[in-house]
Design a protein around this ligand. Structure first.
Ligand code: SF4
Length: 494
């Protein structure tokens, strides 16, 4: 389903039982960029849960009602919680179907699975011993997911399950957010502050981060918690140079055993930040995996999206990384960048495959509101079919290059209702990406914009976010550390 371009909010009034109101609103806001719920046409939603099954009715003012009867939920494998969820799922299907017909919006390949992590649903069903056939039936009948996306889901979950550990809290993984970048990309919605305007904040930020690493590191050690993977992201961690970078990596080794844990990754996202010294420092401190992210290999597009590097700098960064024998190199590409056609994307893909990375993550352009492009979304042409063609080409080319999909996630306002897919050569899958995305392991987030995810044995997740702004982070770090230590202790004692 393509998100329609809008200059004005679309208006609806909702009449639904209180327990279904959020499902109706959530579905509508996933279909339109801007919605006003205080006026406009009335949508009436009702649901009757009877012994024979669930009857759902959705009616948009001026149109025939949509009705659906679901007896399948009476199977003994379902519990009360499933029944409640099924009511909401049918409501989502009804609202999407009714509004889709009126506004000419097809359901899209993911059907009513609008969440960020569609794989989670399949994992949960597998945990409950649902067979592949039963899951297929549910994905088809309840969630309306296309056969191709179902295949993708099964491929990904199959790869991921061997990475899940019996204890979600030991070992944990550690994420370190460095919220600085050379410039801000037009599509960026992360914690990323340009060095030119915010470089004066780096020193205080790093001092605060040092305090957080030491305090949380000591706490984990005192509780006997081991670390499986350490991931430096942001932002672009390799904007930190020389002695400052060396100190940071030294601290991570000292407090989290980063160099001897199973996986140690640094996002060197911007290739212009990789130089001989930076590479040598990372190598010396045991970093195993690097991300070098071109996003596109076309200089004109790089300029248009606000990146200051060239495709040649990407090639040089790869040469440096390869000649220093980093175990794994990851590379990100974005499909659907402004001004690019299928041939442009195919060229970038081909060039990046030739650079021989071990992982390639294909992102579909998502125009989040926090990004510069998101604020001017109406000016960007999103061509639905083009996005799909690019995704198909990526899948075919990467599989030919010996890579398989191993993690995926979706975002709001994503091009052509697509998804972001991480492909990897066998054995090169990122543990951190899997654990973080599937929320099967506690992640301790440190630094700017980092999110700590405390996962319970029943897979409930409690999130705590650090401030994105480096100045706020540095200013609040002492309170933040106290709160984090308390939250972690409470969580581990449950
Ligand atoms: S390099 Fe990444 S984090 Fe930095 S501005 Fe660009 S998208 Fe944002």
């Amino acid at each position: 389903m393509a998100i329609p371009q809008q200059t004005q909010p679309i208006a609806f009034r909702i009449k639904a039982p209180p327990e279904l109101d959020a499902a109706v609103r959530g579905t509508i806001t996933s279909m339109f960029r801007s919605v006003d719920f205080s006026r406009g046409r009335l949508i009436e939603v009702s649901s009757q849960d009877t012994k024979a099954g669930i009857l759902t009715t959705v009616k948009l003012e001026g149109h025939n009602p949509w009705q659906h009867f679901d007896p399948e939920i009476n199977r003994p494998c379902y519990n009360r919680h499933d029944r409640k969820n099924r009511v909401k799922e049918r409501v989502r299907l009804g609202v999407r179907t009714v509004l889709g017909q009126v506004f000419g919006l097809s359901l899209g390949p993911w059907g009513i699975l609008t969440g960020v992590r569609p794989t989670k649903l399949v994992h949960r069903l597998l945990d409950r011993n649902f067979s592949r056939e039963e899951i297929h039936n549910l994905l088809t009948d309840v969630y309306c997911v296309s056969e191709e996306r179902q295949q993708l889901l099964f491929d990904v979950v199959e790869k991921q399950r061997s990475f899940f550990l019996p204890n979600v809290n030991n070992p944990v993984s550690v994420y370190v957010g460095i919220p600085f970048c050379p410039t801000r990309c037009g599509y960026c919605s992360f914690a990323a502050y340009p060095l030119q305007t915010h470089g004066h904040l780096v020193e205080d930020f790093l001092s605060a981060l040092e305090l957080e690493i030491k305090s949380v590191g000591e706490l984990l050690r005192s509780q006997g918690i081991r670390v499986q993977s350490v991931y430096l992201g942001g932002g672009t961690p390799t904007t930190i140079k020389g002695r400052a970078l060396s100190n940071l990596l030294q601290l991570l080794n000292q407090y989290f055993d980063a160099e001897s844990c199973q996986e140690y990754t640094v996002e060197a996202g911007r290739p212009e930040t990789l130089d001989v010294d930076t590479i040598a420092i990372m190598k010396e401190h045991g970093v195993q995996r690097l991300s070098i992210n071109p996003q596109t290999m076309h200089d004109r597009t790089l300029k248009l999206i606000g990146r200051e590097h060239t495709a040649d700098q990407v090639r040089r960064a790869f040469e440096l990384a390869h000649s220093n024998n980093f175990a794994i190199i990851n590379s990100d590409l974005i499909l659907g960048l402004p001004g690019e056609n299928l041939e442009d994307f195919a060229e970038s893909l081909d060039q990046v495959i030739k650079l021989n990375p071990d992982n390639i993550t294909i992102h579909s352009l998502a125009l989040k509101r926090a990004s510069h492009f998101g604020k001017t979304a109406a000016q960007l042409e999103l061509e639905h079919e083009l996005g799909e063609q690019m995704a198909e080409l990526a899948q075919k080319s990467l599989e030919e290059a010996g890579m398989h999909p191993y993690y995926l996630y979706r975002q709001r306002f994503i091009l052509s209702d697509l998804e972001n897919i991480g492909y990897a050569k066998p054995g090169a899958e990122s543990i951190y990406n899997i654990q973080m995305m599937e929320e099967r392991q506690t992640i301790i987030g440190l630094g700017g914009g980092a999110i700590t995810k405390l996962v319970s044995p029943d897979l409930a997740v409690v999130r705590h976010a650090n401030p994105k702004c480096p100045a706020t982070y540095a200013h609040q770090v002492c309170q933040l550390i106290d709160a984090k230590k308390y939250q972690i202790k409470q969580h581990l004692s449950v």
